[in-house]
Ligand binder design. Structure first.
Ligand code: ADP
Ligand code: MG
Length: 240
């Protein structure tokens, strides 16, 4: 589904991604871990071109997304993204947040988008919040809305960048539960997270990033039981 070849990214001379090679197959749940500043967010943001790669290639469903002719709207439609800071539109209601993209991109009529939004809100038990504004919701509710907003576009892959890091501890579970449901339904997922329980239980593969490179990757079982690289061992010893 996704093939990354020698991906490089620099910000004003600072090399942040230093040759990433990675293949992600349909249905995989790839968990990306690593120290702060190692390039995890930049890697994820390059996948849907929120950041412009400085070099290399990224192929998604057979299209080179770095090609200037690539249809960026179609690409983003197929790649849902969820951020640490929910990023809901504060001036739009919950339902409008969900219907905005599908109607603006003319993927659905307003009535279809409305129906889809209510279906998704029912699914997460927040139908009664349809007309509320984001500021009236808890962090956990906002993040679950952000997730279903991405799902409204029927994406083929979901990218999550530390989706629970900004939440109060008691709200982490409800967001992880929704992510686990998605995983069980077969969604392809790339998840940057410090939730090692999630990595163990849900991940099909764990990638360890450090200084702009993927230093090590393995099944969660092997990754945690048997880290090979000294830097992986050092990282795990600090967080586990
Ligand atoms: P991580 O998500 O692993 O914490 P990031 O991808 O956010 O790492 O950042 C990697 C490095 O790139 C850091 O040194 C960060 O300061 C730098 N960086 C990220 N985004 C920008 C930007 N827009 N401009 C300049 N430097 C950036
Ligand atoms: Mg980050």
């Amino acid at each position: 589904m996704i093939e990354v070849k020698n991906l490089r990214k620099s910000f004003k001379g600072l090399e942040v991604l230093r040759g990433i090679n990675e293949t992600i197959a349909k249905g995989e749940k790839v968990v990306v871990v690593g120290p702060s500043g190692s390039g995890k967010s930049t890697f994820l943001r390059c996948l849907n071109r929120l950041e412009e790669p400085s070099g290399g290639e990224i192929w998604f469903e057979g299209t080179n997304i770095c090609d200037p002719k690539c249809n960026i709207n179609r690409l983003r439609q197929k790649m849902g993204m969820v951020f640490q800071q929910f990023n809901l539109f504060a001036h739009l209601s919950v339902k409008e947040n969900i219907t905005l993209a599908p109607t603006k991109l003319k993927i659905m009529t307003p009535a279809e988008a409305d129906e889809k939004a209510m279906q998704l809100l029912n699914r997460i038990g927040l139908a009664e919040k349809a007309n509320a504004y984001p500021s009236q919701l808890s962090g956990g509710q906002q993040q679950r809305i952000a997730i279903v907003r991405a799902l409204a576009m029927n994406p083929d892959v979901m990218l999550f960048d530390e989706p629970t890091s900004a939440l109060d501890p008691e709200m982490v579970g409800e967001v992880l539960d929704l992510m686990i449901q998605l995983a069980e339904e077969g969604m392809t997922m790339v998840v940057v997270t410090h939730e090692m329980g999630f990595a163990r239980e849900v991940g099909t593969r764990v990638l360890f990033m450090d200084e702009g490179q993927i230093l090590e990757q393995n099944t969660p079982k092997e990754f945690f039981a048997n880290p090979q690289n000294p830097r992986t061992r050092d990282f795990l010893s600090k967080i586990l």
